[in-house]
Design a binder for this molecule. Structure first.
Ligand code: UGA
Length: 453
């Protein structure tokens, strides 16, 4: 088992540290944020991620936290860099935290491998290697090891990856880093540093492209009477397309897709190439967040001033308290600009939105948000909203109107309760398909049954 240093205990760093400890390694995790480190030492976990608190407690003996670089670097051969690379105003990635780590690396005291997990533009590793060489840091080898975990299922994704990508110039470095992941029994892609860096950006950009593509199909479905859920299922059964990331909705958010798609677009632009497709992916996503406004105007009348709109969910997706780039922020902002009265609820993300949108009223529970509402908008498909007592909701609301921004509610059940239901690219109930008797229906709602021979 190895001794490992992890620099940066944000989302990726903390999950990496605890999962490497779970694999049996001795891990020291360092961050410059004293409050965060003090909290972790006291057992307080700064982010919401299912299973994380328990896994930290389980691996307490192999996991330590510090703000002291001397203590952190005393640990051993592998240094994982997991600091964040937030977007700048221009859309490029801000690499100042990465460079600060490079500035403060320990001088010659044995062989080290610097493993960068942070998402960095292609070419960053090459620039870091030049800097290390200029400083005479021959004892430090460089490795790009991008992370593919998702918030909300981060521990599962780390421990059960589809693949592990290890980019380094020399085979011994690739083999040593690859060996850390062997217990996971995943394919290990051993490649060059630039290719590893590009795999990360290209993967996120491709997934974002799938989402914008299906969102545009959904918008066309709304004009043509087709149902995007059936369309996505029918497409996804083609192995070359696959079923994932074809869930139409009100746009992607989070700390990764918006940032990485922009950064790849800028990276291409900086090297003289205009990445047209990504420009469209970004634009489609921005427009998708705003489409709910048009739907509300069609259903409630052109004047939203004074209308009470309930937003169910604020986080950019369920199982996280993260509201970065969440569709809820744009949607709430647009509604406020229209003069609507916005009341929102989220099971865990409300504190994070308070400062950003002070005019949004935060409700203690979903029913409170729905009281006297002219419309409810499902923004985040939290399980508790799917299991809501919608009969009670109907009785509380001023008008029984639901705009389902995630196509996650049972529109027909809601219609039976007297709701006007509007999904994203979903067909009206009369466009019901036919299921093969005894066939393997992929969905319970008859409006988007798939015929399976
Ligand atoms: C994403 C990638 O999925 C991870 O592989 C990657 O490691 C991570 O970014 C990162 O670069 O750090 P994450 O941002 O946690 O993970 O969330 P996703 O589950 O990918 O969802 C992103 C957004 O897309 C959410 O707003 C979600 O609602 C939306 N989405 C996702 C759709 O609108 N439709 C879909 O079919 C799938």
């Amino acid at each position: 088992m190895s001794r490992i240093t992890v620099i940066g205990v944000g989302y990726v760093g903390l999950v990496t540290a605890v999962c490497l400890a779970e694999l049996g390694h001795d891990v020291t995790a360092m961050d410059i944020d004293t409050a965060k480190i003090d909290g972790l030492k006291a057992g307080e976990v700064p982010i919401y991620e299912p299973g994380l608190t328990e896994l930290i407690a389980k691996n307490r003996d192999r996991l330590s936290f510090t703000t002291d670089p001397v203590e952190a670097y005393a640990s051993g051969e592998f240094i994982f860099v997991c600091v964040d690379t937030p977007p700048t105003y221009s859309g490029d990635a801000d690499l100042s935290r990465i460079w600060s780590v490079i500035e403060n690396l320990p001088p010659e005291d044995g062989e080290r491998i610097l493993i960068v997990k942070s998402t960095v533009p292609v070419g960053t590793g090459a620039a870091i290697k030049v800097t290390l060489a200029q400083r005479g840091y021959e004892h430090i080898r460089y490795c790009s090891n991008p992370e593919f975990l998702r918030e909300g299922s981060a521990i599962h994704d780390f421990l059960h990856p589809d693949r592990v990508v290890v980019g380094a110039d020399d085979a011994p470095t690739r083999d040593k880093v690859g060996a850390l992941y062997e217990p996971l029994h995943a394919p290990i892609v051993k490649t060059s540093v630039p290719s590893a860096e590009m795999i990360k950006y290209a993967s996120n950009a491709f997934l974002a492209t799938k989402i914008s593509f299906i969102n545009e199909i959904a918008n066309v479905c709304e004009q043509t009477g087709a149902d995007v859920r059936t369309v996505a299922q029918g497409m996804g059964l083609d192995e070359r397309i696959g079923p994932h990331f074809l869930q139409a909705g009100i746009g992607y958010g989070g700390s990764c897709f918006p940032k990485d798609v922009s950064a790849l677009k800028q990276l291409a632009g900086n090297s003289g190439y205009h990445f047209q497709l990504l420009t469209a992916v970004i634009e489609v996503n921005e427009l998708q967040k705003r489409r709910v406004i048009g739907k509300l105007k069609r259903l409630l009348g052109p004047e939203l001033r004074g209308k009470h709109i309930a937003l169910l969910g604020l986080a950019f997706k369920p199982n996280t308290d993260d509201v970065r780039e969440a569709s809820s922020i744009v949607l709430a902002g647009r509604l406020l600009a229209e003069g609507a009265h916005v009341v929102a609820h989220d099971p865990i993300a409300m504190e994070h939105i308070r400062g950003m949108l002070p005019s949004v009223i935060l409700a203690a529970d979903p029913y409170e948000a729905l009281e006297e509402a002219d419309a409810a908008v499902l923004v985040t498909e939290w399980p508790e909203y799917l299991e809501l007592d919608w009969e009670r909701a109907r009785d509380l609301m001023a008008q029984p109107l639901v705009v389902d921004g995630r196509n996650s509610l049972d529109g027909e059940a809601l219609a039976r309760l007297g709701f006007v239901y509007e999904g994203v690219g979903t067909a009206a109930p009369e466009d019901v398909g036919t299921a093969t008797p005894g066939g393997d229906d992929m969905n319970t709602s008859p409006s988007h049954r798939v015929v399976m021979d």
